[in-house]
Design a protein around this ligand. Structure first.
Ligand code: HPA
Length: 273
């Protein structure tokens, strides 16, 4: 049996009624969101073959199956980062399993640094497009013509519209911009940030892009939200650290969580089973 088939069996055995249409991948600092899930069953990634071992603080490494508001979701609390082992396909098993379980949409969240003075620390940004600065792909070694994935509108315009409408109903400003993926784990130099600004990025982070590529390859529609935890290197006097990322993210968690629940609701309305 493949790891995917084994994982599906385990999920179906533990939660026979699970029929999520929406997968949510929680990034750094978004972990608290999982607590907003109602009636959740938690399954450790360690129990699911093909799921990653997650060991970065702020990333729990659990699949939660439950309801966000009234919407059934499969929530991935914790992601494998490419900087952990230099493998870009760490989330492949998890995403493909959720696709096989019936998910049609992947909502990603992350923490990011801002390159744009009009997108301040503590704000939220909808990712409109990305720059794969790390130039790694989770599809290296994949076979078949499907590997030549079209990345135009990878961040689904219709889902972005739903997200903007949900934000404006809540009176939340949802900035928009291009997300640059860097490998990390070190933060950028000020010179690198000047380069990324010149290239047209509004935010920078160490995740999300490999998962977007995997999701598009698997046929999932993608939406991504960045929680801006800091101005990027050299743009302010802030001292960058993972602890700082988690503390700013924690302070914004309620606003971000409420918006995420509304977005799930809006997506579910157009993705009824
Ligand atoms: N750079 C890269 N990743 C990040 C940052 C940053 O400034 N902030 C949060 N994640």
């Amino acid at each position: 049996m493949t790891p995917l088939a084994e994982s599906l069996d385990i999920i179906r055995e533990r939660v026979p009624a699970a029929r999520p249409r929406i997968a949510v991948l929680l990034g750094s600092g978004w972990g608290g969101m999982a607590k907003q899930l109602k009636g959740a069953t938690r399954i450790a990634y360690a129990d699911l073959p093909g799921f990653p071992a997650a060991d970065v603080p702020g990333h729990a490494g659990e699949l939660w199956l439950g309801r966000l508001g009234t919407v059934e979701v499969a929530l991935l609390s914790g992601r494998r980062h490419v900087y952990e082992d230099d493998h870009a396909d760490g989330m492949k098993g998890a995403l493909r399993t959720l696709r096989a379980l019936g998910c049609q949409v992947l909502v990603q969240t992350n923490a990011a640094g801002s390159l744009d003075a009009s997108i301040p620390s503590g704000s939220l940004m909808l990712v409109t497009d990305h720059l794969n600065i790390a130039q790694r792909s989770p599809l290296v070694g994949a076979i078949g013509t499907e590997r030549f994935v079209n990345m135009v509108d990878a961040y689904d315009p219709a889902l972005r519209k739903l997200a903007q409408e949900a934000a404006s109903r809540r009176g939340i400003t949802l900035h928009e911009g291009v997300f640059a993926w860097v490998l990390g784990p070190q933060f950028e130099t000020p010179a690198e940030i000047r380069m990324l600004r010149t290239l047209g990025a509004q935010a920078v982070g160490m995740s999300t892009v490999p998962e977007t590529i995997l999701a598009r390859h698997a046929g999932l529609r993608v939406l991504a939200l960045s929680l801006i935890t800091n101005m990027a290197a050299g743009l302010s006097g802030e001292l960058l650290s993972h602890a700082h990322t988690l503390s700013v993210a924690g302070a914004t968690a309620d606003k971000a969580g409420a918006l995420l629940a509304d977005i799930a609701q809006a997506i579910a309305a157009v993705h009824a089973p």
